[in-house]
Design a protein around this ligand. Sequence first.
Ligand code: MRU
Length: 357
Amino acid sequence: MRTVFWDYDRNTVNLIDQRQLPWTYEVIAYDDVTALAHAITDMVVRGAPAIGATAGFGMALAALNSRATDRPNLLSDLEVAGRVLNAARPTAVNLAWAVARQLRISAEPVHDSVAAIRAALLAEAQRIADEDVALNRRMGFNGAALISDGDTILHHCNTGALATVDWGTALGVIFAAHEQGKHIHVLVDETRPRLQGARLTCWELQQRGISYDLIADNASGYFMRKGDVNIVLVGSDRTAANGDVANKIGTYNVAVLARENGVPFYPVVPTSTIDLDLAHGDLIPIEERGIEEVVTVFGKSIAPEGASARNPAFDVTPHRYVTGIVTEAGIVYPPFVKNLSAAVAAGKTLFNTASNE
Ligand code: MRU
């Protein structure tokens, strides 16, 4: 089962509802773009590549639902749908990347009728989803070269099948190492406030029979200082041209502790998540979410009534803390400015991922 998929009988976008895992497994069908954008904001679907694939299918849905009878009106409806989807969450570049890719396809003169554009957008959305699975597997086996038998890996957030269409990024490396027969152990950061580590990563590791321990976020330094961690693997929502990495809030803390304790720190990043248009990480828009996620746990308040709070959903790890970046085109080492742009070019030839312009 994929995290995001199109139902060809009903013409709906289907999402595993990640808000309910690990307690309830439910798939929700969407037949409307505004509702789909809301599902992204509300984190029914989350994880940069999964959001990108959802947006790809969202554009196909918008084309299908449009009442336009001619090409110009359909293209203008698609522009509107693209804006609605882009506004859903700002940090993960895959969302804007998939919308841009679909707008480019829809504008190709070869698709000269409403029916042709509809067909092209659905085919392209399916291609985005299929490519995501294929490149994640490739990236996973690239990264598995970093893992030795007996290693303990520290992991933050959820970067598995649920964060992508299937397989995963950083967790994909862990799955690949496990498939290769390496005996590994994973320390899973719980990842407050949405608990993607506790709820989703533990669920995925358990399903695959991979050994893990869930730890409170603030325990990672303890384990690194004891020498219990061989490598840190994380994902990214947007990586700037210089190798600065935006990822789930708390990643920066982990990276600084890793450097202090001599533990290698590797983000695992498909080239679709690399934004060469942004020179450095401080230009990455950081989503700030509602404070109810911080002041409550499962609907129960953990702070005095009226407590003031802040809830940035992501942080930026400066590239000086990054040992290397695993991509589908290989493992990229400093100097990142030069080597990331080469990886993006290589990604373009391997798949269609890096076709941002
Ligand atoms: O807020 P989320 O759960 O969408 O954040 C997800 C992450 O930060 C992941 O690490 C990132 O999307 C890359 S993993 C495919």
